[in-house]
Design a protein around this ligand. Structure first.
Ligand code: F6R
Length: 607
């Protein structure tokens, strides 16, 4: 969602801020702005729309060495220039950028107005600037701390004050903020992407921490002003990992990265000799794992779909009752925490509010929750009781692709561990490993025939509605395919169990509503063929993703996307790749903004 960048050092801050904002675009936003110091006072420039609108009005000669910048995804107050950040107090000497939501802002705003403060925007953020103004007695950090004590809600924020030209004050509660350490320069940002081209040395702030930054150092305190020692981390990825490179879109780059990212997720985690897996971060002994009687997975969106596949796999192979639930639902239905149930929170960003708050609620009730995250140092990764990084590398496109298959990889290895602790034989474990480790090469094979998918996407992308149909492990994959198509091409799409359509959705079938069937050569193959015939006989067009040379499928489908043959458990990997390409090419053909679709944000940090 919103993005933050703050800079103090020797460089022209506007350049650093604009470069940072460019790298934060992927989070999704509808306006942007910067504030930089200058001898005549703060220069604040903000504009609705894409960053290029802001760039077009920033003067060529950059001013000042201190500054803050922001990309806003509107929550309180419409998408207007006035509501874009940064926001200032009455004196114009205090400037602030903020991510998160201040829940008591209406009360505070009323009280501040009664005291004579005048507001220029409809945002909750502006309240913070005025609060700091009313608390300020010469020490910016103290004023920020006092203001924070009056706030209810979430924030990641950075503040600057004209009387302290070399100082930035940052604070975090529920919205990520990291500090980047350079040589005679310091950065504050909502994520590493914003600062990676300047420094790889970072400090992850925790909730309730406030940091005062100058070009040469920093001081971190808690909300009671007690000093807090911080460790410096090094970002795992090079700057190129955050760039498009030779690809026109991040999404395409990330789809193509999957053979490598899946491999990376397996590195060091497969034990060929014992035919099992190894996930050190789980923080659980084999004895503890053996006591697990149920697995519950919580997640949102694409991560939820990965959770659905994982739950089916765990039941199938490890014979442990398992299910996946939408995180936002579990939190508010007062879930029963059973003894010996193990919970997983799956989240690419590790910051999704729905998943994070659900995890906290489960933990509060005594559950052990393991995190499956991509972003190192993210809140879910830090607050979970153990877990696994999926190592898929920075995922910048709003539509999640490589994170999905990497989440599957981690959960497949977990399933292997659980299955081998229980009834899975050594031979079956070895076979599973053989199949899993063969997935990257099979994905490479799919990459060799994407032109066919491009042609199919062009043929069907002018349709208004699409059905995605699968069964078993591929039913969640069908849901994921539908999500991918709708979010980036805006074509209405729904995923169903192929068997279920005759109970309702088949009413939608006509020549303008194509159905995409996922047809692995497993025990449900013939059943799916029957479902295809049901659609065909009602005049529906059929696209099938099927294994090479499946003549039965070819005889019915209007178009076929072929994938390599595999064991039935590996098809979720192989089926999802063509669906990602299909969505990508459809969106491209329709002229959509593939990486930053309408209304969406990469990391949804509000409920
Ligand atoms: C879809 C997509 C979203 C996310 C969802 C959860 O392409 O990206 O549906 O999967 O917002 O995000 P994370 O995994 O970061 O918790």
């Amino acid at each position: 969602m919103c993005g933050i960048i703050g800079y103090c050092g020797k460089k022209a801050s506007s350049e650093v801020l604009l470069e940072g904002l460019k790298r934060l675009e992927y989070r999704g936003y509808d306006s942007s702005g910067i504030c930089v110091d200058s001898p005549e006072g703060f220069k604040i420039i903000k504009k609705t729309g894409k960053l290029k609108n802001l760039l077009s009005i920033v003067p060529e000669r950059p001013f000042g060495h201190n500054g803050i910048g922001h990309t806003r995804w509107a929550t309180h107050g419409g998408v207007t220039d006035a509501n874009a950040h940064p926001h200032t107090d009455c004196t114009g000497k205090i400037s602030i950028v903020h991510n998160g939501i201040i829940e008591n802002y209406e009360t505070l705003r009323r009280l501040l107005k009664e005291k004579g403060h005048t507001f220029k925007s409809d945002t909750d953020t502006e309240v913070i600037a005025h609060l700091i103004e009313s608390c300020y007695k010469g020490n910016l950090t103290k004023a920020v701390l006092e203001a924070l004590s009056l706030l209810k809600g979430t924030y990641g924020l950075v503040v600057m004050h004209q009387d302290h030209p070399d100082v930035l004050v940052g604070a975090r509660n529920g919205s990520p903020l990291i500090m980047g350490i350079g040589d005679g320069e310091m950065f504050l940002a909502s994520d590493a992407a914003a600062i990676i081209s300047y420094t790889k040395q970072v400090i992850y702030l925790k909730d309730g921490e406030v940091v005062t930054v100058t070009p040469d150092g920093f001081q971190t305190v808690d909300l009671d002003e007690k000093a807090v020692e911080k460790d410096i981390d090094v970002v795992e990825w090079e700057a190129e990992a955050y760039e498009k490179g030779k690809y026109p879109y991040f999404m395409l780059k990330e789809i193509y990265e999957q053979s490598k990212s899946i491999q990376r997720g397996m590195n060091g985690r497969i034990d060929m000799e014992l035919a099992t897996g190894h996930l050190g971060g789980l923080n659980m002994t084999p004895e503890e794992l053996l006591k697990v009687e149920r697995v519950v997975i919580i997640a949102a969106g694409t991560s939820y779909h990965a959770g659905l596949v994982a739950a089916l796999l765990l039941e199938n192979l490890a014979r442990i009752p398992a299910h996946a639930e939408i995180a936002s639902e579990i939190r508010y239905r007062n879930p029963i925490i059973e003894k010996n149930t193990l919970y997983f929170a799956i989240s690419q960003s590790g910051e999704t509010a729905d998943t994070l708050y659900a995890m906290r609620e489960l933990q509060r009730k005594g559950a052990r929750v393991l995190g499956i995250c991509n972003v190192v140092g993210s809140t879910i990764a830090r607050e979970s009781d153990g877990g696994v990084y999926i190592h898929s590398g920075p995922e910048i496109a709003v539509a999640s692709t490589k994170a999905f298959t990497s989440q599957l990889t981690a959960m497949y290895i977990f399933t292997l561990i659980m299955a081998r602790l229980r009834s899975m034989s050594y031979e079956d474990g070895s076979e599973f490993i053989k199949e899993l480790t063969a997935v990257p090469a099979k994905i490479e094979k799919i990459f060799r025939n994407v032109e066919n998918i491009n042609i199919i996407a062009k043929k069907y992308c002018h349709t208004e509605s699409f059905l995605f149909l699968g069964r078993g492990l591929n039913y969640p994959v069908a849901m994921e395919g539908a999500l991918k198509l709708k979010e980036i091409s805006y074509i209405h799409a729904e995923g169903f169990s192929a068997a279920e359509i005759k109970h309702g959705p088949i009413a939608l079938i006509n020549e303008r509503t194509p159905s995409l069937f996922l047809v692995p050569d497993d025990r449900l193959h013939d059943k799916i063929i029957s479902n295809m015939k049901e659609v065909k006989s009602r005049g529906g067009k059929i696209i099938a993703v099927a294994v090479e040379n499946d003549e039965a499928v070819k005889g019915i489908a209007d178009d076929v996307i072929e994938i390599p043959r595999a064991s039935e458990y590996m098809y979720p990997f192989l089926m999802s790749i063509p669906l990602q390409f299909l969505a990508y090419y459809a969106a491209l053909e329709l002229g959509r903004d593939v990486d930053q679709p309408n209304n969406l944000a990469k990391s949804v940090t509000v409920e």
